[in-house]
Design a protein around this ligand. Sequence first.
Ligand SMILES: NC(=O)c1ccc[n+]([C@@H]2O[C@H](COP(=O)([O-])OP(=O)(O)OC[C@H]3O[C@@H](n4cnc5c(N)ncnc54)[C@H](O)[C@@H]3O)[C@@H](O)[C@H]2O)c1
Length: 486
Amino acid sequence: MQSISRRGFLKKSMLTTAGVSAATVMLQTPSSKILGANDRLRVGVIGIRGKGGQHMSEFHKMENVDVVALCDIDEAVLGERVHSLEEDGVKVKAYTDFRDLLDNDDIDAVSIATPNHSHSLIAIMAILAGKDVYVEKPVSQVVWEGRRLVDIAKKYNKIVQSGTQNRSDVGLRGALEYLREGHLGKILWAHGLWYKERQPIGNANGPQPIPETIDYNLWTGPAPLVPLMRERLHYDWHWNWDTGNGDMGNLGVHQIDDCRFLMDQKGLPRRLVSFGERFVWDDDGETPNVQFSVFDTDPAPIFIEIRNLPAKAGVRAMDHLRGVRMGNIIQCEDGFFAGGRGGGWFYDNDRKKIKQFPGDGGGEHHANFIQAVRERDPQILHAPIEEGHYSSAFCHMANTSYRLGKYMDIEQIKAQYTHDQALETIDRIRDHLLANNVDLSKTPIKSGPWLEIDTKKEMFKGEMSFEANMFIRRNDREPFVVPAKT
Ligand SMILES: NC(=O)c1ccc[n+]([C@@H]2O[C@H](COP(=O)([O-])OP(=O)(O)OC[C@H]3O[C@@H](n4cnc5c(N)ncnc54)[C@H](O)[C@@H]3O)[C@@H](O)[C@H]2O)c1
C-alpha cells in the first residue's frame, strides 16, 4: 500500500486555514486549463465500499479518464477494490488517509462517497489541494459547512458536482421542460415520497470492537470520537445523528432535489416543519423511520414523506401514492406528473395518461461532471454544488424542526397544518401506523415547530431560532475542521 508524506498537504491546509490568498492555493492547482477530449483526466475515488465502488466503475469505463488512486479507511475494502481494478489491468495508488491522496499532484479530480459527516470537509480539502470534485449527497452534514463548500468552490474556480444524479435523468429533464412550457397550468404543490422497507439495525448492548482493518479515528473525522454503539460500522451510520441524517438526508434529499428541480425552485424555503418517530423498532438507531416535512417555498409548497415500515404488519410490500413508491408527484392546475428516477408520466386530473417521459436513471451524471471539468465550465453541470447545498440544507433544517419537537397525538399535530395535501397525508400516515399495529393512544409522536428561515443568512429566525441555530454549525473535531476562512 502506497503511503506518501502528508507534510505538503498539512502545510497547505494550515496555511489556508490561517487565511492564505487564493493565488497561493491556485499555485498547487494541477488542472486549470481547458482540456481537449483526448487529454487524459486522472481521478481518485475516496470511500469505495458501496456507492464509491460505483463511482470507480463509472470513471473507469470512460474514454480518456483514468482511475489512478483509491482511498478507504478500511483496508479490507481498499484491498478488494484495488484487486478488482488490477484484474482489469489497471494499477492504482492506494491510500487509507484522504490527505495523502490529496497531496498527490498527479490527480486532477476526486469523487467522494464517504459517510455524510465527512463530505464537506473532504470536498473542501480537495478544492484547496487543487482538485475538481464530485461529492455525494447530502453534500453536507450541517448547513454552515455546505455554504462553506459552495463559497470555496466559487473562490477557487473549481468544478464541483453534487451527487444528486436525478438531475441528469433524461426523463426528469424532459418533464421539467414540459412543466416550464405550462401544458398543465400553474404548479400547485409537489409531494416527494420515499417508501422503502428497512429493518431495525439491532441492539449492540455496549461498545463494539472495531475490526483491525479499519482506522476508526479517520472514519470518525470531524464527528465526536465515541465508542461504536451499534453492531455495524458501515452503512448504519445513516441512523445516528453524529454521522447521518436519517432517511430524510439519505433518500429524502433526492426527493427534495427532484421537487426543487421540477419546480425551478431557488434557494431555501421561508419556513418549514417536520414530525416523525422511530416506530415499532427497538434498536440502536436514533433517526425516524416515518417522517413528514412541509416546506413553504415558491412557486409552491413541497411535502416530503418518508416511510421505512411496510404497508401493514407482517408483509414486505410497501404502500404507494398515485402509483409512486419512490418519486414525486407534481400537482398542477390541469393535471400532475408522477415519477422520479427513471422518468414518469403526466396525467390529467381524471388520472388519464397524457404523456410519458421515459428516463435513464441519471446514468450520464459522472460524464456530465467530466465534461464540465474538461471545459472548465461550471455552468454545464447538471447538479452544481449550490443546488446540492440547498437540497441538503432543506433536509438538515427539517431534521432540526423534528429534533426540537414535542410529543403530541395525531389531532394535535394536525392542528399545526392548514394545507389540504398535508392534512390528507397526516390521515394516511395515521392509517399506515395503525396498519403496523402502532397503538396511537400509547405512542406519542415527535412533532417539531414551524421554523422561519432567514434565507440570506441561511439561519433560522423568529420563535425557537436560538435553539434551532444550534444545529446550523457543528464543532468539528480537531484536526478535521472545516476552515471558517480561506
Ligand atoms: N447518489 C446516490 O444515489 C447514492 C446512493 C447510495 C449512496 N450514496 C451516498 O454515498 C455515500 C456512501 O454511501 P455507502 O452506502 O457507500 O456507505 P458505506 O458506509 O457502505 O461506505 C462508505 C465507505 O467510505 C469509507 N470511509 C469512511 N470514512 C472515510 C474517509 N475519511 N476516507 C476514506 N474512506 C472513508 C468507509 O470505510 C466505507 O468503505 C453516502 O453519503 C450516501 O448518501 C448516494
